[in-house]
Design a protein around this ligand. Structure first.
Ligand SMILES: [Zn+2]
Length: 509
């Protein structure tokens, strides 16, 4: 990788960041794929110079490769659809939030009950499932996301990186992954593997007061112009602070990375005091997705039992949308236990409720559950018909698209499924789950060469080039590799070998 041109920007007058030293990591971050976190892009000269937007994005993408391999990364397309539509509303109302970066933001969730959200370099914004579940309104959730967008648009990470010395940059991916790893049981061996540098102690980056205030200011602006209640910010941050006072052990993770002060909250309150109060009506989807994340957060038999108790309690609340969300959660649990009859009757009750006046929208979250149920009931033809309708109704839903491929496979239309998935990989090149689905589809048709060529692309995306090269070798040796396949394999092998050499060179620097 080339060095970014040295522009020698003047050193920032204010040193914006402090980095708290914490021993934080998680065995859960270890993955079955070999890690190459040490192969970071060259970050350019670091004499007080800001990281260029391009380099920042590259760094973010490399960190995301590690995160996507994390068992706790939630690749669920329904959750991804919701978060990115939701984040998209905030960004659409504030095109200037992209500043000079031009990033395509990506919002994602990590399975973790603690309250945390974080911005990675390059516009990748992550949040713990616990944070979404704890948000009591869309405005509260929006206030946290808007604050994180504020950190990105003010280029806080880039400025911080620019203030570090070059030798401090290499473990940065490890450090930032430490943000994700704010969990209770440290595993030092795991930490050493994660950073790839034998670095056992991970520093968790924390923003200082000036950066926080700036992110609050920008976040508030974003929140307002997107039509959310500015009070959501005061409510949520205030609740976080209270929670930290009441708990004996430690502050919520969010407060460690975003120090919260009474002064900060007073600051926000002062800003919104003169504003007319506005009310934002929450969508049904917000409650449904909270139920879904609650199930995904603790997706084991004990978690199912605990959540069943929770949802049954929620049913007694009586508000229409709360009842819908509770039934949705219970239906998900029934589906996991292959109790189709119960799931069916819950879905039926939901649809009947939605039909009552005033009519509630039946969105892809409910539609995909209905189709999954038909698949689970071994009725692939009905499932396929429904998903074809759903595709016309919700052409942008990634969850519906993924389900469409499943339905094609289940109804024996494997050729059609592979063609569809191949088109999808062209449209969404970063979506690793598409490559897995495509490789599986090839495998089911006995197309060995194509299966392993697809897996090679998957491992390339996942940042594991040696494994990708190994897959290409298997593909070449497959008896069904055509002359045409061989040519593609050769070309791809040369490309990957070149990038691998490049990475090794960087590592040895
Ligand atoms: Zn912050």
């Amino acid at each position: 990788m080339k060095r970014s041109p040295s522009t020698r920007a003047p050193a920032l007058v204010v040193r914006l960041f402090t980095a708290a030293v914490l021993v934080l990591t998680s065995p859960a971050l270890l993955s079955p794929v070999p890690l190459h976190a040490q192969s970071l892009p060259n970050l350019g000269d670091a004499d007080g110079e800001e990281l260029s937007p391009l380099m920042e994005r590259k760094l973010g993408e490399q960190i995301m490769q590690n995160i996507r391999r994390d068992r706790d990364y939630i690749s669920d397309p329904t959750v991804m659809d919701f978060l990115n539509n939701f984040g998209g509303i905030l960004l659409a109302a504030n095109p200037e939030a992209r500043a000079d970066t031009g990033y395509d933001f990506l919002f994602f969730a990590v399975r973790d009950p603690s309250l945390n959200a974080f911005a990675l370099p390059g516009g990748f914004i992550g949040m713990h499932t616990g944070l979404v579940i704890a948000a009591q309104s869309e405005s509260e959730l929006a206030s946290v996301l808007a604050h994180e967008i504020g950190h990105v648009s003010q280029r806080h990470i880039a400025r911080m990186v620019g203030n570090q010395k070059q030798d401090a940059l290499l473990p940065l991916a490890g450090i930032l992954i430490g943000l994700l790893a704010a969990r209770s049981s440290p595993d030092l061996a795991g930490a050493a593997m994660m950073s790839g540098t034998g670095l056992a102690r991970q520093r968790q980056l924390g923003f200082n007061r000036d950066a926080e205030r700036e992110a609050d200011r920008v976040g508030l602006q974003i929140l307002r112009s997107a039509g959310f209640e500015a009070g959501g910010m005061v409510n949520f941050f205030g609740r976080l602070q209270k929670a930290s006072r009441n708990s004996n052990d430690s502050a919520p993770a969010y407060l460690r990375t975003h120090p919260m002060t009474t002064e900060r909250i007073a600051d926000i309150e002062a800003r919104i005091r003169k504003e007319p109060y506005r009310q934002h009506a929450d969508s049904l989807d917000f409650l449904l997705i909270k139920s879904r994340m609650r199930v995904l957060q603790d997706d084991k038999p004990q978690g199912w039992r605990d959540n069943a108790v929770y949802f049954n309690e929620q049913l007694k609340q009586g508000t229409r949308s709360a009842t819908m969300a509770a039934r949705y959660g219970l239906a998900m649990l029934a589906l996991r236990q292959r109790d189709i009859a119960t799931a069916d009757s819950l879905l039926k009750a939901m649809l009947a409720e939605a039909d009552q006046k005033p009519v509630l929208p039946v969105t892809p979250i409910i539609v995909t559950l209905a189709i999954e149920l038909r698949l689970a009931a071994n009725q692939p033809d009905i499932a396929l018909k429904s998903v074809q309708l759903a595709r016309m109704q919700f052409p942008l839903s990634r969850a519906v698209a993924m389900l469409y491929a499943d339905c094609l496979m289940a109804s024996g239309k494997k050729e059609e499924a592979t063609l569809f998935l191949r088109d999808q990989t062209q449209l969404y090149r970063q979506d690793t789950s598409l490559y897995i689905a495509l490789a599986r589809a090839y495998a089911e048709q006995g197309k060995m060469a194509l299966q392993h060529m697809t897996l090679a692309e998957y491992y390339t995306l996942a940042g594991s080039l040696p494994t990708a090269l190994e897959q290409l070798r298997i593909a070449r040796a497959s008896t069904d590799a055509s002359y045409y396949d061989q040519a593609i394999i050769d070309a791809r092998e040369r490309e990957l070998q070149a990038s691998w050499k490049d990475m090794l060179k960087q590592k040895g620097r």
